[in-house]
Design a protein around this ligand. Structure first.
Ligand code: ATP
Ligand code: MG
Length: 355
């Protein structure tokens, strides 16, 4: 029995979560495993109900579960609220509360969706299947920052700080992930300039000794950003810092096309993980059965892979998505000529049937 905190959220959140849960139910019967869902209100719906983005007791409840599956939170209805009362605050509280230091963003280009990549045909034909492993709670975004006046001039600074233990734990996540993939880690840094990057590189080298079966390459971030559009097929797992990962993961998600397809996992200590599509609440299409549920369904697959070590079930879901695309089923966001246009619910149903 696995206990999962389920946070449908706002906008299309509940619609895409509904489909992901149907997929999990199918996995449950096929793989003989039981899931218990603990439904939790967070985001705009929690503000409407309780006056806060997420209640403390609900946060505690989430921490008692093995994993969290989240739709999306926010929307124009709550835009006027002060910063600490906005729906997005629920996300920060969840990430902080769960101490999720590793953000995993797979960027996979499906054969059927090659036309949606902005890259040239001869580049995409080589295939894109990248996992960006980004450090999420350290580095420049969390180091000492401030402003002061020096010699009559105003200065501002942000400091890149990494400890060996921080690098070690994120590197381990990358190597473990690579072991289940094509066994290659490309660690991205700026070690020719930055001291923190030199510590990063040294530490990654040390961790790599425990993974002799995984190939390790180092790449400077400027070169990596170029290589991502020049020949993305050379990458398997990209391991990088908070800021470089922020930038590179956006670049990686763009080269594979639609936002409705991209899943993510944020991992912390032990098996606790937060799984969510990278898209938002899409208020423009909410409640119309138009949302693509694939990003959330693939997020559920990541949950099975990383929190429950159910690699076979994760693969079965990913394969079911591929079959649906191969058979020509498309939600509106990925629709191209001569395909079969389906809504959120039908796409979910077809994927279920393919498992
Ligand atoms: P947030 O700030 O919550 O990340 P956002 O302003 O970045 O939200 P999204 O909610 O991600 O925006 O929506 C951006 C665009 O992508 C919208 O036009 C939306 O309809 C579309 N979109 C987002 N998710 C999906 C989906 N699952 N299926 C289809 N279209 C989507
Ligand atoms: Mg957004």
């Amino acid at each position: 029995m696995h206990r999962i905190a389920v946070i449908p959220g706002d906008g299309i959140g509940p619609e895409v979560i509904e489909q992901a849960l149907l997929v999990l139910d199918k996995v449950s019967s096929k793989f003989g495993v039981k899931f218990e869902y603990i439904f939790i209100d967070a985001g705009g719906c929690a503000i409407d109900k309780y006056g806060v983005p997420i209640r403390e007791e609900d946060l505690e409840l989430v921490k008692k579960c093995e994993a969290t599956l989240l739709g999306a939170v926010g929307g124009p209805k709550w835009d006027g609220l002060p910063g600490n009362l906005r729906p997005e605050q629920a996300l920060l509280k969840l990430r902080g509360g769960l101490k999720v230091y590793a953000n995993l963003r797979p960027a996979v280009l499906y054969d059927e969706l090659k036309d949606s990549s902005p890259l040239k045909k001869e580049i995409v034909d080589k295939g894109i299947d990248i996992l960006v492993v980004r450090e999420l709670i350290g580095g420049m975004y969390f180091g000492p920052k401030g402003r002061e006046v020096k010699n009559g001039d105003e200065v501002a600074y942000d400091t890149e700080v990494y400890s060996k233990s921080e690098v070690r734990r994120i590197a381990k996540v990358a190597f473990e992930a690579a072991r289940k993939r094509k066994k290659k880690v490309t660690s991205v840094d700026k070690a020719n300039i930055l001291e923190s990057s030199r510590l990063w590189r040294e530490t990654v080298e040390e961790v790599a000794k425990n993974y002799p079966d995984v190939e390790l390459a180092h790449m400077y971030v400027d070169n990596a950003s170029m290589q991502l559009v020049k020949d993305p097929s050379q990458f398997d797992v990209i391991l990088t810092s908070n800021m470089f990962g922020d930038i590179l993961s956006d670049e990686a998600s763009m080269i594979v096309g639609s936002i409705g397809m991209l899943a993510s996992a944020s991992l912390g200590e032990g098996s606790v993980g937060l799984y969510e599509p990278i898209h938002g609440t899409a208020p423009d299409i909410a409640g119309q059965d138009l949302a693509n549920p694939i990003a959330t369904i693939l997020s559920a697959a990541m949950m099975l892979r990383y929190s429950f070590e159910m690699e076979d079930a994760a693969k079965a879901i990913e394969n079911a998505v591929k079959i649906a695309l191969k058979e020509g089923y498309r939600t509106k966001d990925i629709y191209t000529e001569n395909c079969k246009l389906v809504g959120t619910k039908q796409m979910g149903k077809i994927i279920c049937e393919n498992i």
